[in-house]
Design a protein around this ligand. Structure first.
Ligand SMILES: [Fe+2]
Length: 403
């Protein structure tokens, strides 16, 4: 039985929620309170699996409440209900909130969001995953420069120069970033020499994704077995992220947020491989080799040997970093999308299809561990007929093609 707490200062709104969610009483134990103080009293008595809070409340607003929930019970899923005019508070709550839902909230969407968030958290409570994570000497952290860049991009005073200056402060990340920007699939006619120059050319969303890539992958430099090429994996992730963004925009042209999430998810999609390489340096390279030889998918071999996959490990890590749930979900299921209860083209769909098509089409890649296109999943979504278009769009991104 999941314990769910709803917090809203308007009693009629709580009453409405209580009424529409009555059918959930067999699987959810629900509590409804009108203030942050009452919510924290209940949490101190017994933690909740999920807290759903309104944003605008007197004395303690939703951002302050969810911050405190995060501090007291970090495993609790935190969902915010917010209105159109709450932009300022939303920015303040970027860290402590797993998911935003806009008011008035559709009942089915609310139920689905809570169920999906709980399923993700359950995935991460397995003893195998936790013991494997505990064996990694130092888990990679979310790059500081990336966090500062996200904050800077929200500022009204942001300029190309201020962005370039910020990234230049970290020499290792700057070098990696310039290496990525100057790689062949961007196809710039002349060398890009500085982060400021890059910021002026490639667009801020893409720069943000590349900064995340550079910041994550530099943490593994010098810590991997010799036979594993960090460059191969980084190039592959970059290509997949660009394909995922393109497919998302193709299917949902007005949804820039999802396109950016698909791009970021593509960048970090396979970071779980790097965690496994650090955690199991003696036998994981051998497993990667055996996947190449016997034609099995890598996630199946990982699951047989470790009872956990690189997909789950990567999802766990970016969940710790506070990236949005849709990115966490895309990582967790990028090889097995039918495990998710999606019913339309989503960030997960974009990442799964991009990963599989880049694997299929990029004959120059030395990274053979991409997903295999799940046609049954796409048939269930009613999207099988889109595959030829997606294939064409992905092929256009490959080095040597003009986009
Ligand atoms: Fe993968």
């Amino acid at each position: 039985m999941k314990r769910i707490l709803f917090v809203d200062d308007q009693p009629e709104l709580l009453e409405g929620l209580r009424r529409v969610l009555r059918s959930q009483r067999s699987t959810w134990q629900m509590e409804f309170v009108q203030s942050g103080a009452q919510a924290l009293d209940l949490i101190d008595q017994q933690p909740f699996d999920v807290v759903v809070s309104d944003m605008r409340m007197p004395i303690m607003d939703g951002a302050d409440l969810l911050n405190e929930v995060m501090r007291r019970t970090p495993d609790t899923v935190r969902i915010m209900l917010s209105g159109q005019s709450d932009q300022e508070q939303i920015l303040r709550a970027v860290g402590p909130v797993h998911q935003y839902l806009s008011k008035p909230c559709n009942c089915d969407l609310l139920k689905d969001s809570i169920n999906r968030a709980c399923a993700l958290r359950d995935l991460f409570r397995g003893p195998q995953l936790l013991s494997l994570v505990a064996s990694v000497p130092k888990l990679p952290s979310i790059p500081r420069v990336y966090q500062q860049l996200v904050e800077l991009l929200q500022s009204p005073d942001v300029s190309v120069k201020s962005i370039g200056d910020l990234i230049s402060q970290d020499l290792a990340i700057s070098c990696r970033l310039l290496q990525l920007v100057n790689s062949c699939f961007f196809g710039w006619p002349s060398l890009i020499e500085s982060p400021t120059h890059a910021a002026s050319l490639i667009g801020l969303d893409r720069l943000r994704a590349l900064t995340l890539s550079a910041g994550v992958f530099t943490q593994f430099e010098g810590n991997l077995p010799r036979e594993i090429s960090l460059d191969d994996l980084m190039q592959r992730s970059l290509l997949t992220s660009m394909a995922a963004q393109r497919l998302m925009l193709l299917e949902r042209p007005n949804d820039a947020t999802s396109a950016n999430e698909a791009m970021l998810a593509g960048i970090v999609m396979d970071v779980g491989h790097l965690i496994l390489l650090q955690s199991r340096p003696d036998d994981y390279p051998r497993l990667l080799d055996s996947a190449c030889c016997d034609g099995k998918q890598i996630w199946e071999i990982e699951s047989q040997n470790y009872e956990v996959t690189h997909a789950e490990l990567g999802a766990y890590l970016v969940g710790l970093w506070g990236l949005p749930d849709r990115i966490v979900e895309a990582l967790a299921y990028h090889h097995t999308p039918r495990s998710c209860t999606d019913d339309e083209f989503s960030v997960l769909t974009a990442v799964h299809v991009a990963d599989a098509l880049v694997q299929e089409l990029d004959s120059t890649s030395h990274w053979p561990f991409g997903a295999v296109l799940d046609q049954d999943y796409l048939r269930t979504l009613g999207l099988e007929h889109r595959i030829p278009v997606w294939r064409e769009q992905t092929a256009a991104l490959l080095p040597g093609n003009t986009t």
